[in-house]
Write a protein that binds this ligand. Sequence first.
Ligand code: XMP
Length: 528
Amino acid sequence: MNIHQQKILILDFGSQYTQLIARRVREAGVYCEIHHWSCPQEDFDAFAPQGVILSGSPESANLVDSPSVPDHILRSKLPILGICYGMQTLAEQLGGKVEGSHKSEFGYARVEILGVDSLLSGLEHEIVDNERQYQDVWMSHGDKVTRLPPDFVCTAATDSAPIAAMMSNDGRIHALQFHPEVTHTKAGQQLLNRFVHDICKCERLWTAVNIIDDAIAGVRKQVGKDQVLLGLSGGVDSSVVAALLHRAIGDQLTCVFVDNGLLRLHEGDQVMEIFAKNMGVKVIRANAQDNFLGKLAGVSDPEQKRKIIGNTFIEVFDAEASRLVTKEGGAVKWLAQGTIYPDVIESAKSKYGTAHVIKSHHNVGGLPENMKMALVEPLRELFKDEVRRIGVALGLPPQMVYRHPFPGPGLGVRILGEVKKEYADVLRNADAIFIEELHKSGWYDKTSQAFAVFLPVKSVGVVGDARRYSWVIALRAVETIDFMTARWAHLPYELLETVSNRIINEIREVSRVSYDISSKPPATIEWE
Ligand code: XMP
């Protein structure tokens, strides 16, 4: 079976929701890729999709140089679904009209479904009022379609957007002013399912089991009998790569796990337990704590710390890798990496000069550029939620797969200023208490990232009858979808009280605990 045989092309016009569209299509069990809106004919022909979805955009569709759907795609006779800007550009390009509006519509809207098409009629969550059908949907637009193109019918309406959806008379082109990809549009997933299954005729081939089988076959074909090396961090992506490669090529895989002394409590042992002991993966543990901490001594600038940690990682990894030789006595040829689809999209965007480089520092823990190895990247096509799903299907413990993200420089950016072993030990213990209480209270899964931060300032406290003059711990917990913006988590006071009491009572070196109530922006999630 070829799980890539049936697929959807998503043309990206720059909407913040484009990746969400792709994730919904994948959830419908259909492979899809995001391409720049200008997608040339050769790329389109090579990809050979069964249908096309046009994303939204911050642009206006009625200007001279507005981004538009390439003519070869409009002529292709494939089913097309335009979303928001996607609808507006279709209207403009096909002979209708789009106008700017003084009143932008943002948030929930109730659209009347006019009952003339099979995409919108009879969806779940339909509200019937006075024999008329409605859906609650999510709108986010300023411009709107004010005249239908010839041979189109209006399929849904709101008071402020009388043409809220439209369809070509032959049923091939559909367009929506609202966003089916966001969960606020309750019937959105069902609507997208209908488009990809009923209209584009794609089957559900994109399932966790099929993705695993396909990736295994791909890796075996790619590396043959060669040895493969993987830097295992214990994070989700590298863990799933390890599990997948182990299943695909068994003993041909060697993982290097670098313990930099900046990991969370018992983290190194847990990684060894899961991979080496339980799964039988070959893992070399490089105990490089002294090396890292030695190099960090006396350094307090955050960027310099990041650089030192990144470079030392490369040195240690390189040293371990160069000790490995193949049976024939040669060097290992393949290096596995946990690159995932959003990374691929970002680098493709930079090709078009449209990338917003917000997190240039996030490549810490990247691998030696001078290592002359070819790459094996079995997760390149997958979104994070798909990586997690196949991780569980491969037998990784769900608590590992659904763990909050942990930055490459580890506790190095959570100990403000100079990093010392005694600080790291205090922080590890405080962090473990916080995380344990979050789990116990059910709040771990309701937050996107939570951790403790070590503040190297001393504060006075009184414990029992004794005065205590020691360090301060800050707690940080945030809710976010994309980690670009985040809201501080409104944890219950009782929970914060329990955590604070436990930290001060159980850790002698801490006299005070504070809770960080800054959102991002302007604050970042990490303190450094
Ligand atoms: P900030 O602090 O930039 O963090 O709001 C956003 C997300 O990125 C993680 N982060 C990093 N991850 N290397 C990484 O691998 C880094 O240097 C780094 N700095 C921040 C942070 O934990 C959060 O999830």
